[in-house]
Design a protein around this ligand. Structure first.
Ligand SMILES: O=C(O)CCC(=O)C(=O)O
Ligand SMILES: [Fe+2]
Length: 350
């Protein structure tokens, strides 16, 4: 499936979709809470997609790389740097542990997210997305703007540019801001590692992308009576440079490795890292933006929090000239991040 801009699920189409989804205040959480036995047709994926569903019992034998970042500070430095760059080149994703983010910050972010989604539907609707302003922050159904007209089985609280904070739960804003600050440090470190490993100046990518913008997507996937027919979040790549994803202990994230979908096993103290489209462009395709999706299950809900690190919208992102050679010409045109996002809204990625 073509890449979708996951931060752009609200807009003109959304109004129409929302009417189809039910009354004005519907969320998937509310729908799921009504105790239905069969999911409404508008959530059911196409035959082709259903065929690609991997039951959890047939996991790929090859797990996604797990990288111990403590290795950057001791005799394992070269090895750890090579492992990070190899994961970016071959998988486009990996998990990190010993990332120096205090466990309390991760726990607080997940707890605040859960407390937010546990509030009444009416309270949450106070923060609902403005359907008239595309790309807007706020609370809503994941996929109202989806072009294929199939809805995802999930709700989202989206903070574009770290804005639109709910007043309740009281801890929510400070927990999310701390999570975003800490994950940003990790992603900047990783970016410097990738620069060095590609034989660029150590701060090459950081300098290229300019003042980063951060966004936060707090995802909530209710349990589902027919998980084999729906997706919590459709298959996509993230449009940003890097994403840091924190998940609770419920399986649901799947990443594409070659032609195989691999289910990621959540680790209590790990953070998942995704290479996004901008790093793929700037590295001239050496780093791979990973295609990923979320599946849901019958018994438990699931929460994840994605922090996206993006270039500022006016920055032109193009393949690093140092990576171009006779045999490897530029594979992508230079575009501002703003233009990239605008194209993506029309289904054009490169
Ligand atoms: O919930 C997940 O596992 C994936 C979330 C994600 O891909 C996103 O928010 O962009
Ligand atoms: Fe994503």
């Amino acid at each position: 499936m073509a890449a979708q801009d996951m931060s752009n699920m609200v807009g003109p189409l959304a109004k129409e979709r929302k009417q189809e989804a039910g009354d004005e205040d519907t969320s998937v959480q509310t729908l799921a809470g009504n105790g239905m036995l069969e999911v409404p047709r508008r959530f059911i994926r196409s035959e082709t997609e259903l065929a690609s569903f991997t039951p959890h019992s047939t996991l790929s034998l090859e797990p996604m790389p797990m990288i111990d970042l403590e290795g950057l500070h001791d005799y394992r430095r070269q090895f750890t740097m090579a492992a990070i760059s190899s994961a970016c080149l071959h998988w486009g994703c990996f998990q990190v542990v010993n990332h120096e983010i205090p466990q309390s910050i991760l726990d607080d972010a997940l707890r605040s997210a859960r407390e937010f989604f546990e509030m009444t539907a009416k309270e949450k609707q106070t923060y609902k997305m403005e359907l008239e302003s595309p790309n807007g922050s706020g609370y809503g159904i994941q996929s109202l703007e989806s072009k294929d007209k199939v809805l995802d089985w999930g709700d989202v609280m989206f903070h574009k540019n770290m804005d639109k904070w709910p007043a309740k739960p009281a801890t929510y804003k400070s927990a999310m801001v701390s999570y975003a600050r800490e994950t940003r440090k990790v992603l900047e470190t990783l970016l410097d590692v990738v620069s060095v490993e590609l034989r660029l100046m150590p701060t090459y990518f950081r300098d290229l992308f300019g003042d980063f913008e951060q966004s936060l997507r707090v995802n909530y996937y209710p349990s589902c009576p027919q998980p084999e027919l729906v997706l919590g979040l459709r298959s996509h790549t993230d449009p940003v440079v890097f994403t840091a994803l924190l998940e609770d202990q419920t399986r649901g994230l799947q990443v594409k490795n070659g032609e195989k979908w691999v289910t990621v096993d959540p680790e209590p103290d790990a953070v998942v890292i995704f290479v996004g489209d901008q790093l793929q462009i700037a590295s001239n395709g050496r780093c791979k933006a990973v295609t990923h999706r979320a599946v849901v299950n019958k018994d438990t809900d699931r929460i994840s929090i994605a922090m996206g690190l993006a270039p500022s919208p006016k920055v032109v992102v193009r393949p690093a000239p140092e990576l171009l050679e006779k045999g490897s010409p530029a594979r992508y045109e230079g575009r501002t991040y703003g233009e990239f996002k605008a194209n993506l809204a029309h289904g054009v990625r490169w």
